[in-house]
Design a protein around this ligand. Sequence first.
Ligand code: UDX
Length: 448
Amino acid sequence: MNITVAGTGYVGLVTGVCLAEVGHQVTCVDQVKEKIVLLNLGISPIYEPELDTLIEKNASAGKLTFTTDHEQAYAHSDVIFIGVGTPENEDGSANLNYVFQVAKQIAESVTHDCLIVIKSTVPIGTNDRVETYIKNHLKHKVTVEVASNPEFLAQGSAIKDTLHASRIVIGVESEQAKEILTAIYEPFQQPILTMNRRSAEMVKYASNDFLALKISFINDIANLCEAVGANIEDVTSGMSYDERIGKKFLNPGIGYGGSCFPKDTKALHWLAEEEGYILRTVKAAIEVNEKQKFKLISKARNEFSSFNGLKVAVLGLTFKPGTDDLREAPSIPNVRLLLNEGARVHVYDPVGEENFKKHFSTEVVYEKTAEQALEEADLCFIFTEWEEIKAIDLSFFNKMKVPFVFDGRNCFSLEEVRKAKINYFSIGRPEIRMMEVGGRGGDGFLVT
Ligand code: UDX
């Protein structure tokens, strides 16, 4: 079977590489020349563990090729996976321009019967629309069918998540499509769930929105813990022993970011409204998340009357560790706000600097180490829980004028912080206030 994958972003590229890795013959197509040039050199255009190695391995084995020539690629395919982006429109709905652009190219290029598989996250009913569109625009007399096969990978563990997925969801309307996809996924040896296309499309949104809801719920509870004097770590630990609740996705913080949760919550909410239904739980998750992004800033405002002229150290820029992706990263609106209020912002991130420069070039100072960013800083914000940041020797914070640390990802244990004698504000846990700023009441150490 000749497989083509349209799109070499996270979903498309990882799908193509993993299909080749289990033995299929795969061609990856992208309209962006620069990406294809890099891929043909064996270099991944995205930062993702293991990806470079698998590209190199499967390309040299002749199982994986990259091209911008979509016409050639689609003409000879038995199965075409669509893994292009579905970004957010201004009104929150999903933008399907890339999906339909590929659908058009497929309709114009296929020369024999083929199965088109939509991996991109698309609103319920899109598979039906794409199938109708392609059938109405076919240049040659061939039979095409569209199947849904949503992707559940997370950035930073994309290869592992794909090769060892929790499940493979297949949305089909015919026995033949089911047989083809089951054969393709047989080497993965994972549970395959077959359903109709609309249910498969819904599984993806419901899964992402449920996880987003879990995060917003725990952030809500964390905020309440602060108000009532409870500690969210003890609370989540107590909750997680109930297997129905579980341990995962109960980490409080400054909200979820990334390319999926913010977009998919809004898209499903928008879609429900179109159907005349209000998804109240998802709406609440979105609202909590919007507010949670600025949680650290509001804590800092209680300590500093103004940020004007202050040196602010920002540790961690990406929306989560293990990726250089900054899409919907809380660091962006927070740094913008700090700059607008006259702060001098010094940032450090192990891999996110290049992408951050697309948002802020000379307005911020890029430091090579966390230690340099902290030098003589008035306050420090932690936005991403990189292992490197969690491993920081807490005595580093004494390089600040007076150590005021606002940790949005609860990187350090309160016990260690107490020993380090720093002022420390995290999420859902008691404040540690070891010393007060000279001239603002208090001197010396005040242990809470
Ligand atoms: C997510 C889903 O996990 C994945 O299944 C889907 O296919 C795509 O969307 P991803 O966006 O890569 O993957 O990252 P994920 O690890 O889920 O984290 C998303 C955001 O939630 C991050 O900003 C992270 O910091 C935040 N998060 C996650 C929390 O704030 N608390 C948690 O407990 C977990």
